[in-house]
Ligand binder design. Sequence first.
Ligand code: HEM
Length: 161
Amino acid sequence: MTPARMQLVRDTWALVLPIQQQAAALFYERLFQIAPEVQPLFRGDKVEQGAKLMAALNTLVLSLGRMEQMLPMARELAIRHVAWGVQPAHYEQVGQALLWTLRQGLGDAATPEVMSGWAEAYGELSGAMKAAAYGDAPPSATAAAHAKVHRSSEAESGERS
Ligand code: HEM
């Protein structure tokens, strides 16, 4: 990503920060509209969940241009997502809901260049997460094994293989 684009992402994130609670609520509303099948995966408190999402995005913005610093966190987070039932295709839907939310929140500031910057930033992070959790193609044995360990306390009928 070019330094100019990174700056656009940082500048527009500063506009979203003051309205982050509304942005998080809007994000989940949109996500469950375009991907209702993922709603049951979210079992925790929605407000808390929204705050964690915004914190993760904040880390992303702060780490722009230093993706390698984010990689350990991204990998660990991605593997936990496998345990929650998240599949590779969901990253595309989450990305769409995120970009849509940013467009709503930013209004006139959501120029094509700004939106491309966000798409690129999300693409880099989600790409790293997917690679860590699922490998290049099907879910890797490692991630699947991890998922089983993390889910062992939950009552789950039917094994994932
Ligand atoms: C770049 C992409 C993503 C980021 C940065 C992200 C970030 C996070 C964070 C920070 C948490 C909280 C972790 C914790 O509680 O310790 C979380 C939880 C979760 N995320 Fe994501 N996430 C991403 C993609 C996705 C995708 C694609 C899905 C698919 C629907 C998803 C579904 C969930 C679920 C189900 C939880 C657990 C919710 C609960 O406990 O109820 N996430 N995510």
